[in-house]
Design a binder for this molecule. Structure first.
Ligand code: MN
Ligand code: MN
Length: 315
């Protein structure tokens, strides 16, 4: 049997030492033999309010050092069946958003050509548009499970078409996603127009506003979505501001009344069986994360996404 990469055990090397990779996995310099590549996209030049997400990957990796390999709630044993490595950060151009988006898209073309599932740590949400462009080139239009306080369907911001708040309108216009298999979960807050949500709904986007989810278990939602999506390729995009700022304060555009950490776990754990072809966790802003709890939550949710990838075995 081929030896699969394993996180360094906290019983062999103290958790506060060792490599600064996701879960202290090996840092890979080549994509050969990998099933899953975790990568950082350290960027915040697509933000519109508070910045700082350029430090997201570094801090998510830091907090991920405490995560152990086996999922005690679901039985998932991702490292028993998948070869996972941290492939480091993309070398974005911090002085140019368009150039950074080009770099992300080209990097994803290379990663996807190998059949690897990429898991990105943002970075602000603008990283998702070039990722969807690369995915659509390979798979055709994909389904999207988009967990976020915001729909990110502005037409433009300060005249710019590519920002963290315009991603899903561009993706829709460019035909990168299947509109009626696009699920926006946790949306809330105030709008620029009363029609902010209804326009995207008219394209077919399926909306699950946070206020309709308050006090509810989300453990049935994944199965519902799975029945609707079937075996289509699906991309998971998790904006950490979907969570209530009580759970995840370290983010750029917080909105009160969000999901709990427990609802996020229920939601992700119920999505096993989806044909996930990639995922991201975006908008963690360490300068606003005084306790590190937002990055810890993000790292833990990245692990939960890893646990539902196709091919993960259970113990
Ligand atoms: Mn977003
Ligand atoms: Mn958001």
């Amino acid at each position: 049997m081929t030896q699969l990469n394993q996180p360094i055990s906290g019983n062999d090397l103290a958790r506060f030492s060792g490599p600064s990779t996701f879960m202290r996995l090996p840092q890979a310099t080549s994509l050969d033999g990998l099933d899953v590549a975790v990568l950082g996209v350290p960027m915040d030049i697509g933000t519109s309010w508070r910045s700082g997400t350029r430090f997201g990957p570094k801090e998510i990796r830091n907090q991920s050092a405490i995560i152990r390999p086996y999922n005690m709630a679901t039985g998932a044993a991702p490292f028993d069946s998948l070869n996972v490595a941290d492939i480091g950060d993309l070398a974005i151009n911090t002085f140019s958003l368009p150039d950074s988006l080009r770099i992300i898209e080209e990097s994803y073309d290379a990663i996807l050509s190998t059949g690897i599932i990429p898991m990105a740590m943002g970075g602000d949400h603008s990283i998702t548009l070039p990722i969807l462009r690369a995915l659509a080139r390979k798979f055709g239009p994909v389904s999207v499970v988009h967990i976020d306080a915001h729909t990110d369907v502005n037409n433009e911001m300060f005249g710019e078409k590519e920002t963290h708040g315009t991603v899903f309108r561009r993706a829709h216009e460019e035909g990168l996603i299947v509109p009626d298999k696009t699920y926006q979960i946790g949306i809330r807050g105030t709008g620029y127009e009363a029609t902010d949500f209804s326009e995207a709904a008219s394209w077919g986007f399926q909306h699950f506003p946070a206020n309709e989810l308050w006090g509810r278990s989300l453990s049935g939602m994944g199965a519902e979505i799975r029945r609707d999506i079937g075996s289509r390729p699906v991309y998971l995009s998790f904006d950490i501001d979907a969570l209530d700022p009580a759970f995840a304060p370290g983010t750029g555009t917080p909105e009160i009344g969000g999901l709990t950490s427990m609802q996020a776990l229920e939601l992700l754990r119920s999505m096993g069986g989806l044909n996930v072809v990639g995922c991201d966790l975006v908008e963690v802003s360490p300068p606003y994360d005084a306790t590190g709890n937002t990055a810890l939550t993000a790292a833990s949710l990245m692990y939960e996404m890893l646990c539902i990838l196709p091919g993960v075995t259970k113990k």
